[in-house]
Design a protein around this ligand. Sequence first.
Ligand SMILES: Nc1nc2c(ncn2[C@@H]2O[C@H](COP(=O)(O)OP(=O)(O)OP(=O)(O)O)[C@@H](O)[C@H]2O)c(=O)[nH]1
Ligand SMILES: [Mg+2]
Length: 456
Amino acid sequence: MADPKREELSVQQRRAVLVAVVLPEQEASELHPLDELKGLVKTAGVEVVGTLTQHRKRPDLKTYLGKGKVEELEMLVKMQDAELVIFDNNLTPAQGRNLESALDVVIVDRSELILDIFNTHARTYEAKLQVELAQLLYQRTRLKRMWTHLSRIEGGIGSKGPGEQQLETDRRLIDKRVSELKRKLKVVEKRRARMVSARDDQMTVSLVGYTNAGKSTLMNTVTGAGVLVADQLFATLDTRTRRWNVPHCGDVLLSDTVGFIRDLPHNLVASFKSTLEEVRNADLLLHVVDGTHVDAEQHIATVNEVLKEIGVDGSEAILVLNKIDAIHDRSVYDVLRLAHPEAISVSAAEGTGLAALAERVAERLGDGYLDAEVETYVGNGRLLAYLAAHADVTETDYSQESRVTVSCRIPRRFLHGVEGDDTNVALLNGYAPPADANGFSIDEPIAIEENEFTAQ
Ligand SMILES: Nc1nc2c(ncn2[C@@H]2O[C@H](COP(=O)(O)OP(=O)(O)OP(=O)(O)O)[C@@H](O)[C@H]2O)c(=O)[nH]1
Ligand SMILES: [Mg+2]
């Protein structure tokens, strides 16, 4: 194995049997146990030739499924001439190995399938590095499975077979590549962190949510960005940032990023650290939920768990119930509304509810606005540009000679920039500027690049 990348395990266009073991914690789902897995394999391009489910209190230690079910699965695999068995569950390396030797087909677990999808969807340099790292870390603990077959054939008892030697070589190759990837990712992370902190004076809002909730659609509708929208899981794997003009608040930066899913592989979350940097640094999160989905409540919980994993408190987010144009079961939506009375309902596709959403965003970001009258000399282009960028200007009055008076509503946090020689600020709702106001400053316009890391 000269190149430790695992293209050979790509599941695309292969005949597969799907298996779901339903454990007590998944019994709450209203969906058929295989529905989400079917969505995932559809995205991955697998041909499904059979399915099998089992309800268990806990997984079998050796084979995850019970003994009788393994036999049933073996028959199904033979009958359908399947090349793969895909589990909706995460298997230990030993369970994967045992099943592979019992069934004589490639076993793919949930993490591996998600990694495979990420691998096919990764477009940017950053996403590619992150996915490869996660795949290698996953693969490293499972190398034995890949070589035991060879050992069985050629190695004698007690001798170090070619499989085992190969195993050591592979491990070394993987470790070398892992350090290389980590090194490259460090550089990317630093760049990303610099980029994120360069926006410190800009309000930033991040979209988060379960995969397929409609985050990219919402981003496109409010900012006019051409982000890929697709009825598939994990359409977006990178982070895009666009300006969003929020009435009464001015321009904010809106980021769209990778979606979450139940049992997201741990390695993947860790590897996507830099992509999720925007989420960690956002002033405000919009948690987008597919309001038509019967499992919306579980999706919300999953998203909050992943957020917690990256150190973010999801309870502070504005909950956005999306796709209200497509509600087919009114009771699902009503229950959801009742549980989250503070949520904003929208249709990102049709553009409904967006004014209410913008208003809530403005309210939360502004932490209360200040209505101000700013009087300065007409040539003060820097201050006028600052006000245009950060405040909602309602009137500009040039009636006094060589003076201009701007009436505006400005978020409290931008007030510090409204200062300078020969400038008077009158606050109409009675707040004084913060004492630490450190003079007037105008920032360079921020270049927001679409594919910041693709050029490498
Ligand atoms: N009916 C309806 N469909 C929507 C709405 N918003 C999004 N969709 C559809 O939902 C699917 C997923 O939309 P995306 O915007 O790609 O979802 P996402 O959350 O970005 O998904 P990932 O990037 O995969 O995590 C697409 O088929 C969209 O057309 C909506 O308001 N109404
Ligand atoms: Mg998306």
